[in-house]
Design a protein around this ligand. Structure first.
Ligand SMILES: Cc1cc2nc3c(=O)[nH]c(=O)nc-3n(C[C@H](O)[C@H](O)[C@H](O)COP(=O)(O)O)c2cc1C
Length: 200
């Protein structure tokens, strides 16, 4: 196993610090860091131990731009301008980059024949994003690019076999500014059933 960086944050501190980053520095994420992120990803739990994930790493600026240009109108036609506006992004603005000009896009692809492959891939995604945060890297899931990334033409272009699909597209880069932790609603507990209260 490769040597992993010493975490400077506890896992809970990392969970609290992780935010979706939408402004990135130009600095490139190097291959060693990407390998560490992939190593973190594949440590996720996996249904029936199938490990049904595979990865595509894209750092080509022109390709990212082309995919962004394709994904924006496609996402708009799927959800409509109103829903897109709800997520606070002008998908029809010419200069809006769906990948936020991040230098790296990692696609977590799932083998569709494996049971619960999407769950496995999302668990891998969270591992990757927490590891990135602990390493001073920012990430953001780009669900709005999913349809474009899963067209047959794009899959061929990205060397994704037919039996795989893109589950979690995640941009990675060095954050341009610090983002404060966000408040979350308290957990909703639907039932709290202490031991031995059900009599039958
Ligand atoms: C499945 C999924 C899809 C998402 N898609 C997008 C997206 O297309 N564009 C975007 O800017 N953020 C996207 N996000 C990020 C969410 O907007 C973000 O996680 C949420 O607002 C909470 O903010 P936080 O991650 O900073 O805690 C996505 C998150 C998830 C889990």
């Amino acid at each position: 196993m490769m040597s992993l960086p010493k975490a400077e944050m506890t896992i809970f501190e990392t969970m609290l610090a992780r935010r979706s980053v939408r402004r990135y520095k130009a600095r490139k994420v190097d291959r060693t860091s990407i390998n560490i992120l992939l190593e973190a990803a594949v440590r996720a739990p996996t249904a029936t131990h199938q490990e049904p994930w595979a990865f595509v790493i894209i750092q080509d600026k022109q390709l990212l731009q082309n995919l962004s240009d394709q994904a924006k109108p496609s996402f708009l036609s799927e959800v409509g301008q109103n829903s897109a506006a709800h997520i606070g992004q002008a998908y029809d603005a010419e200069n809006f980059h769906i990948f936020y000009n991040a230098g790296t896009l990692i696609l977590i692809c799932g083998k569709t024949t494996a049971p619960l492959y999407a769950a496995d891939c999302w668990l891998a995604a969270e591992n990757l994003m927490l590891a990135a945060c602990a390493m001073g890297l920012g990430t953001c899931v780009i669900g709005s690019a999913l349809s474009t990334l899963n067209t047959p033409e794009t899959k061929v272009l990205l060397n994704i076999p037919e039996r795989f699909c893109v589950v979690a597209p995640i941009v990675v880069g060095y954050p341009d500014d610090a983002i404060a932790p966000v408040l979350r609603k308290n957990p909703i507990v639907l039932a709290n059933i202490p031991a031995a209260t059900i009599t039958s």
